[in-house]
Ligand binder design. Structure first.
Ligand SMILES: C[S@@+](CC[C@H](N)C(=O)[O-])C[C@H]1O[C@@H](n2cnc3c(N)ncnc32)[C@H](O)[C@@H]1O
Length: 288
């Protein structure tokens, strides 16, 4: 393990976080902590791959994600962009413009953005195919946060699956799941999970659902179990974490009031956890 690289990227994350303003994006502190945790697991143990967000809007979460980018990795910002360009061709809502996005990334990362912009309406099959061609299939971290209706979520999850297909240990994050405001996102996620059994949930926060490969669940789930232990729903009598099941896959769920602090964060603890085998208890009706 090259600890100097890990410390360097952690320092970059912390300085970016210091420049992240509330208006830069729609992400909770808890989800940012989970991002950091999973990106550290990948940094320590996993092959390089690419980073992507579908639906980048103001750019804050994308800037945080790419603060953990490794030199050999590419980063893709996929968006329809300029949703609110007026009939005169002038953007009348600066928030959705590539220029505004890039300015946010530049300020938070404190450097010139090197990401590739991928302009597409992902609900159009020819645009979706072009996205997959440009991004390729080796993303290690893919955040799905585009349009929130059923057509969007269906298309966007298919793109996420294609763009991670050739990385051995990818993480796919789906935003606004189980939200009363956006039931179509939940509908689309559950449909996707029932249609395939390769990407499965292992963690559900109050806002996002985190997916990994089916054969990776036991390895990945032990990190939130340890570092976010007080935030995981538990049996009050025994203190044991509840293992919930979504479409037959075991996962942990996080309380809305969970603290966004990763407890006892140290590289020694990561090494010890990596060396400790763990099996999530599964209900008899779990999908294999
Ligand atoms: C909820 S915002 C993303 C928020 C951002 N990820 C964050 O956390 O701050 C949704 C984004 O999806 C994009 N979007 C909406 N419909 C789209 C489509 N059909 N194709 C591509 N992007 C789309 C919008 O332009 C917008 O930037």
């Amino acid at each position: 393990m090259n600890t100097a690289h890990v410390h360097g990227r952690l320092a970059r994350w912390m300085s970016s976080l210091g420049r992240f303003a509330k208006d830069d994006g729609i992400i909770t502190e808890l989800d940012l902590a989970i991002y950091l945790l999973l990106l550290l697991v990948q940094e320590l143990h996993d092959e390089p791959g690419d980073l992507a967000e579908l639906g980048v809007f103001r750019g804050g979460p994308f800037a945080m994600l790419t603060s953990m980018q490794r030199p050999e990795e590419r980063a893709f910002a996929i968006d329809i962009f300029d949703l609110n360009v007026g009939p005169d061709g002038q953007a009348n809502g600066i928030w959705n413009s590539p220029e505004h996005f890039l300015a946010t990334v530049r300020r938070i990362s404190n450097q010139e953005p090197t990401c590739e912009l991928v302009r597409a309406n992902t609900t159009l099959p020819e645009h979706a195919a072009a996205v997959c061609r440009q991004v390729g299939s080796r993303c290690r971290f893919f955040h799905v946060d585009g349009g929130h209706n059923l057509a969007n979520i269906r298309a966007d999850l298919r793109i996420a699956a294609a763009c991670t297909a050739n990385h051995p240990t990818p993480i796919v994050v789906v935003d606004d799941t189980f939200s009363v405001q956006y039931p179509e996102v939940t509908d689309g996620l559950i449909e996707f999970l029932r249609l395939q059994n390769e990407l499965v949930p292992f963690l559900i926060s109050p806002v996002k659902t985190f997916l990994c490969r089916r054969n990776e669940v036991d390895r990945i789930a032990k990190y939130p179990l340890f570092f976010l232990k007080d935030g995981i729903y538990r049996d009050p009598a025994s203190g044991n974490p509840f293992v919930r099941h979504l479409t037959g896959s075991p996962c942990f769920t996080l309380r809305p009031e969970a603290t966004a602090t990763l407890q006892n964060l140290s590289l020694d603890v990561f090494a010890r956890l990596a060396a400790t085998p763990y099996n999530l208890p599964r209900s008899p009706e779990s999908r294999r």
